[in-house]
Design a protein around this ligand. Structure first.
Ligand SMILES: [Zn+2]
Length: 387
């Protein structure tokens, strides 16, 4: 890169006895150069924590109309309130995908998040059901649905792409109604799954413990908007507009402020737990892996079932994991991760997931390791073991 310096320019000016105007011009250029350099430097050390807040639907897509309310309106009000409350938190910056009633394609929402280099992506929605008794809040992370109810919600939220031009091309032939389209979600977004679950958990705890909302839990399903993001991301279903009591609450200014405040508190708690570790710990390192080597051939990639990830450390014993064994522990980034079982083929690992779910680990999922203990993507391990 060419680097000019003020002294070079000034020397040149005196030499050629140029006019005063030129001096001004040179000084301006020099100041500009300094500013650009400072901006570049500021970006390098940028420690700002950015949250992308995504009110679902908008414009021609009104979302669900349960109870006569408009999902697009309720979620916009809650999102605006989240952004407003974040303004008084100087170390967290909130950015909205929409701040008015406009239609935005799903891929564009994710693109905004990637563009502003967001640390978190939070898509906000409301639910509705034919049975008006259904109520409660739930928070989704990306993954394959474990039951039909979760699948229905993902299908309902994903079908908005049918309103977009060229959706077949944009989403690689993804068909929101076809179960086959969702199979790709099994091995995706693992990279951000722990952080996403951590945030989802904090959101649900806030809703439940501080607002006494009914807790429908942290769940996984194939939400397209989450698939497109490259950061920890969750999709919140605030509650059921179709439930008379809950619909009224969510449509009220007071209800919206309370829900927004719970989300803001969860964001703060998430931020402090992922940023509390020292910089030296940021680099991935595995500190301890107790392994059961039975039935596992050398040189093969292995599969385990991840049960939990936490910034706090606990013993890898069956007592701490509802009797499941063997339990092993690893460290990645800011998280201690706890795994159950060990298998040399993916099918066995999937069965282990089932056993973990039967013991209450609903969000358990398969992870894969190289023979040296290094983590790799499940897709790569499956392909490699077939060779
Ligand atoms: Zn929605």
């Amino acid at each position: 890169m060419y680097k000019c310096s003020a002294s070079d320019n000034i020397a040149l000016l005196f030499q050629k006895s140029l006019l005063f105007g030129l001096i001004i011009k040179t000084l301006t250029l020099t100041i500009l150069w300094v500013c650009v350099n400072q901006a570049a430097h500021a970006q390098e050390v940028d420690d700002e924590f950015t949250v992308l807040i995504d009110p679902g639907h908008g414009g021609k897509d009104s979302g669900t109309r349960g109870g006569g309310y408009f999902e697009k309106k309720v979620v916009l009000e809650v999102s605006l309130e989240v952004a407003e409350q974040l303004k008084s938190t100087p170390d967290i910056k909130g950015v909205l995908t929409r701040d008015k009633d406009v239609f935005i394609p799903l891929d564009e929402r994710a693109r905004i998040g990637n563009k502003v280099n967001a640390d978190l992506f939070i898509s906000i929605h409301c639910n509705a059901a034919a049975d008006t008794r259904a109520y409660g809040a739930e928070t989704f992370v990306l993954g394959l649905h474990r039951n039909e109810d979760n699948f229905e919600i993902a299908k309902k939220e994903n079908k908005v792409i049918l309103m977009e031009d060229d959706y077949e091309v944009k989403y690689d032939g993804f068909d929101p109604k076809s179960p086959e389209s969702y199979m790709t979600f099994t091995v995706m977004q693992e990279e951000y799954l722990d952080e996403s679950i951590l945030l989802a958990d904090k959101v649900q705890k806030r809703f439940t413990n501080h607002l006494s909302r009914h807790n429908r839990g942290v769940k996984q399903a194939g939400f397209l908007v989450l698939r497109e993001t490259s950061m920890p991301s969750v999709l919140i279903e605030l509650g059921f507009l179709s439930n008379p009591k809950e619909g009224k609450f969510l449509n009220s200014k007071q209800g919206q402020k309370k829900m927004a405040n719970a989300i803001v508190k969860a964001i703060k708690a998430y931020k402090s737990s992922v940023r509390s570790s020292s910089v030296s710990e940021i680099k991935s390192q595995r500190i301890e892996v107790k392994e059961n080597r039975d039935n596992v051939k050398e040189n093969l990639y292995t599969f385990k079932v991840q049960l939990a990830a936490s910034s706090k450390q606990i013993a890898a014993s069956k007592e701490n994991f509802n009797g499941l064994e063997p339990i092993s522990k690893g460290k990645e980034g800011n998280f201690y991760k706890y795994y159950y079982g060990k298998a040399s083929d993916y099918q066995t690992a999937k069965r282990l997931v089932k056993s973990a779910q039967n013991k209450g680990y609903q969000t358990a999922f398969v992870v894969a390791f190289k023979p040296n203990g290094e983590k790799i993507s499940v897709a790569k391990a499956i392909a490699s073991n077939k060779d």
